[in-house]
Ligand binder design. Structure first.
Ligand code: SAM
Length: 263
């Protein structure tokens, strides 16, 4: 096969360090017969060991040249290639429980994580390689500099752990940044306590919309002074001080306030 030239617009940095590849596969622990999808298989650094251990794998890939290579390398009973944009892919169509893995294209990682969060109910776990900086934001605790909208929205739905870092030298071409492996396990549906998840998302977005401002300013649209007393919350705090549970409490308080009387 001719050599593939990495395309920047598709965030292509291909894993080339066999020790790192082995470490990632060991962290995923694929077991024969599981339903798994790999996002962005690229030249197949992870695809080959995954197919070998699972027997069959789904992949979602956008690059036509790479798709042609995958078809040449694997018979359809070993690899199902879904051609197209992972941001639009219906992960719910693959069956449940689904395991999701991938060395994600970093240029679309945040919208992709939000897209995937929508399938949490069907997913068993997700193991991704992402830019370390993004992983730090995903797992950040309240009060830390990295804690923001991404932390709250993902921690609401998933238990997450940063497993280990991967240096730029493990890829061809080498990216400018360090990467990290993160595991995301959906929380049981019963633990998702926001009564109106769209409202919860709007409140979190507002609280982090202007980082320097206090809740009194950022949540003006949702909360009056009396509401802070009812919630036992200091309106002089900034959004980054609040836990996920406190955001849920705010959203549920607002939902009940907005609900018509008698409900
Ligand atoms: N998994 C390979 C590896 O570890 O060597 C490749 C990883 S590379 C960082 C990202 C891969 O995602 C590339 O194969 C790229 O073509 C693919 N990709 C980029 N944008 C995509 C999208 N929107 N949907 C699906 N795949 C995409």
């Amino acid at each position: 096969m001719t050599e593939h030239r990495a395309r920047k617009r598709f965030g292509q940095n291909f894993l080339s360090d066999p020790n790192i590849i082995r470490k990632i596969i060991d962290a995923i622990r694929p077991v024969a017969g599981e339903t798994m999808v790999e996002i962005g298989p690229g030249l197949g650094a992870m695809t080959a060991p995954l197919v070998e251990r699972l027997g069959h794998l789904h992949v979602v890939e956008i690059d036509r040249d790479l798709i042609a290579r995958l078809h040449e390398t694997y018979p359809p009973e070993r690899l199902t290639v879904h051609e197209g944009d992972a941001l639009e892919f219906d992960f719910g169509s693959l069956g449940t429980p689904l395991r999701v893995v991938g060395n994600l294209p970093y240029n679309i990682s945040t919208p992709l994580l939000f897209h995937l969060a929508g399938f949490a109910a069907q997913v068993r776990d997700m193991t991704f390689m992402l830019q370390k900086e993004v992983v730090m934001r995903m797992v950040a605790a309240p009060g830390s500099e990295d804690y923001g909208r991404l932390s709250v929205m993902l921690q609401y739905r998933f238990r997450m752990a940063r497993l280990f870092d991967v240096p730029p030298g493990a890829f061809r071409p080498a990216p400018k940044v360090t990467s990290s492996i993160v595991r995301m396990v959906p929380l049981p549906a019963a633990e998702l306590a926001a009564e109106d998840e769209a409202l919860f998302a709007r409140i979190v977005a507002a609280a982090f919309g202007q980082r320097r401002k206090t809740l009194r300013n950022t949540l003006r649209e949702f909360l009056a002074e009396a509401d802070y007393t009812a919630l036992d919350l200091d309106p002089g705090l900034r959004g980054e001080r609040l836990t996920v549970g406190e955001y849920v409490a705010i959203a549920n308080h607002v939902a009940r306030k907005q609900a018509p009387a008698g409900r």
